[in-house]
Design a protein around this ligand. Structure first.
Ligand code: MG
Length: 450
């Protein structure tokens, strides 16, 4: 007992309560304060900062529309940023932030992240879809950024601290021919990557489908993409086979099927690549085809990554408890931010399902930083997708995570460790979204999910 007293006093001092408060008084001090006025929450002996404004910043420094949320407070110099990017509907998210999230948040304490998340989530009554969850993601990440700055700690410390020194990355080695794919794998290996995603001819090997019948008949647009499922299946098996022949087991190989095959074709492909030991095969089927995963799991041990298109954190409950997937592909800037992503990550721990957060070019560097802070702190982390950021990304977003020898390192500054240079961001106005990528058809012109 005697040993505990000085330690507790020291703790109170660190927390800023001073030595005048008795060691036994801390609990009651908080209890009576909050009972009298639940909004007068104090941090380090001072009233918690309040939100004065939430606003969007829309910028396209490397040709992709990125939506950033900035949360400003009544404390000089204290603000946070988060990623709300939904590049295909960027202006709609901007409206959700500026016209709805901003007035909703003004005057609220920055401290109560869970409370703000839950109340903002239900404030529209109709909830839990893309756009609104993107806006919520940006707000949530910005509040975690602020909390880290207030605690003078990186966000990963607030999530429990590191369970690994850095984040295992995977990069994209694509090519229009098998040889080009293999040469790109070599490049990534030279850069130090241990995990490499391989794609022949983009998603679904669309370059292999020339002069489709629908275009010759004047149906659809010349810019539409066409998939030949058999060419895609055979091409994918070929790159796995050739990659294993050339690189042995020296590297982990990943692939994104992008939900483009019919269920039996998808199962067939997963069975045939099994012998080449993929680290995972991603999105073998669309979310609309979730029922097929039961049949799929009974026929192959190829690991499955799934879920970048899930909009709601609740969509994870059944697939997790039924052990339908091996990797969680949540897009954190889409599903509601760090708060719900942490809940799904913890759920995954109980079912031995690992995280592999979505990390494409249309997640901003701020979103990538948020991904990596969670990666550092959760035990059931698997791997992190990342792009090779152009120099302009580091200029507009100082503190952008860096990749070294196949590992991602976050900036260790308090919060998310990343900022935005707003005057520079203004020099890269939004671009007109190109719908080409999502327009995919069969030979006769039937639309295929992208
Ligand atoms: Mg994907």
């Amino acid at each position: 007992m005697n040993n505990q007293q000085p330690n507790r006093r020291a703790l109170l001092k660190v927390l800023g309560f001073g030595t005048a408060i008795s060691a036994t008084g801390i609990g009651t001090a908080f209890a009576s304060k909050s009972a009298a006025d639940p909004t007068s929450h104090q941090v380090n002996g001072s009233p918690a900062p309040k939100i004065t404004k939430v606003r969007s910043i829309l910028t396209a420094p490397y040709g992709t529309n990125l939506v950033i949320v900035k949360v400003e407070t009544d404390q000089d110099g204290l603000y946070g940023i988060g990623c709300a990017t939904f590049t295909q509907r960027a202006h709609t998210v901007v409206s959700a932030i500026d016209e709805y999230i901003n007035p909703f948040c003004q005057g609220k304490s920055v401290s109560n992240i869970e409370d703000i998340w839950q109340t903002a989530y239900q404030s529209s009554y109709w909830r839990n879809g893309p756009v609104l969850n993107n806006a919520l993601s940006g707000l949530d990440q910005a509040l975690w950024d602020i909390k880290g700055k207030m605690a003078n700690m990186p966000v990963y410390e607030l999530l429990g601290g590191k369970v690994r020194f850095a984040v295992d990355a995977y990069g994209h080695a694509s090519g229009k021919s098998v040889e080009e794919v293999l040469d790109n794998i070599e490049r990534f290996k030279d850069w130090g990557y241990k995990n490499i995603r391989i794609q022949l001819g983009g998603y679904g090997s669309t370059h292999l489908s020339k002069n489709p019948a629908y275009q010759e008949a004047g149906f659809g647009l010349a810019s539409d993409n066409t998939i030949n499922p058999i060419a895609y299946k055979n091409g994918t098996i070929e790159i796995f086979k050739k990659a294993r022949e050339r690189f042995g087991n020296d590297v982990e190989l990943l692939h994104d099927m992008h939900e483009r095959l019919q269920p039996m074709d998808a199962i067939d492909l997963l069975k045939r690549v099994e012998e080449y030991r993929p680290f995972f095969m991603e999105d073998p089927l669309s979310p609309e085809n979730i029922g097929w995963f039961h049949q799929l799991r009974q026929q192959t041990s190829t690991p499955i990554a799934m879920g970048e298109l899930f909009n709601s954190p609740h969509e994870w409950l059944n697939p997790m408890s039924e052990r339908l997937f091996d990797f969680i592909r949540i897009h954190i800037s889409q599903i509601g931010g760090i708060t719900p992503a942490m809940k799904v990550a913890r759920l995954g721990e109980w079912f031995n399902v690992r995280t592999a957060w979505h990390g494409p070019g249309d997640t901003s560097p701020v979103g990538h930083a948020a991904n990596c802070h969670i990666d550092l702190a959760v035990w059931n982390f698997g791997v992190q997708e990342i792009i090779r950021f152009k120099e302009v990304a580091h200029e507009v977003f100082p503190g952008t995570p860096v990749i070294k020898d196949g590992f991602i390192h976050v900036n260790e500054a308090p919060g998310l460790g990343i900022d935005i240079n707003e005057s520079l961001a203004k020099k890269y106005p939004p671009v007109v979204y190109n719908y080409n990528w999502t327009q995919l058809r069969t030979n006769s012109g039937t639309p295929v999910r992208p």
